[in-house]
Design a binder for this molecule. Structure first.
Ligand code: 6LA
Length: 180
């Protein structure tokens, strides 16, 4: 964490991400930190913070109204190709792009993006597929142990997670050479 970054409050983190074109505020200029976000909107945020290339002209999912030429698809396709999100049903290929992103879904993305270790012991009320992800997020301090994992994530929670991932992406990668 660069000097001072950990001192930023959620609004300030939102402002940084808005400045970078990653989040968009509401027309009245507010951040809407108490509101929620759709899974497609979060996919778009992920594309921004991970520096992914939107994938044009492709529609892998069969959700109603999911079309290659509509704005969500290039972002959903990019996070799917990057292995950050896989959707809700791989047999029916349903992403649920208009559904609200939940705390446990956000936790899974955080764990994958940050390459967090999944603990063997869990103590939370998440769905079975999400227990490990949620525990890792709680242990890392990014999800409150008292949060309901199945509830919709607030934009406030999403900004905190997005900012953490964003900072990690900004860090220079350490390259090591084998000199033997
Ligand atoms: C196909 C599947 O088993 N999906 C799981 C879970 O992996 C999904 O995680 C994310 C973050 C996603 O990758 O899109 O949100 C939806 C989750 O759906 C789950 O099945 C209901």
């Amino acid at each position: 964490v660069a000097f001072g970054d950990d001192a930023l409050n959620t609004q300030q983190k939102f402002d940084v991400l808005k400045e970078k074109g990653i989040f968009t505020g509401y027309p009245d200029g507010t951040a809407g930190l108490d509101k929620d976000m759709t899974r497609a909107e979060f996919a778009k945020v992920l594309v921004g913070i991970m520096g992914l290339e939107p994938i044009e002209g492709k529609a892998s999912f069969k959700d109603k109204n999911y079309k290659a030429d509509k704005w969500p698809a290039p972002h959903v396709e990019a996070v799917y190709a990057a292995g950050l999100m896989e959707g809700k049903n791989l047999t029916k290929m349903i992403f649920d792009f208009n559904g609200k992103i939940t705390v446990q879904e956000m936790a899974k993305v955080l764990v994958i993006a940050q390459k967090l270790e999944i603990p063997t012991e869990t103590n939370n009320n998440a769905s079975d597929w999400a227990k490990g992800y949620v525990q890792a997020a709680i242990n890392s301090g990014l999800v409150d142990a008292k949060a309901n994992p199945k509830a919709n994530a607030s934009r406030s929670q999403l900004v905190e997670v997005a900012y953490t991932i964003y900072l990690t992406q900004q860090k220079p990668k350490v390259v090591s050479y084998d000199v033997t």
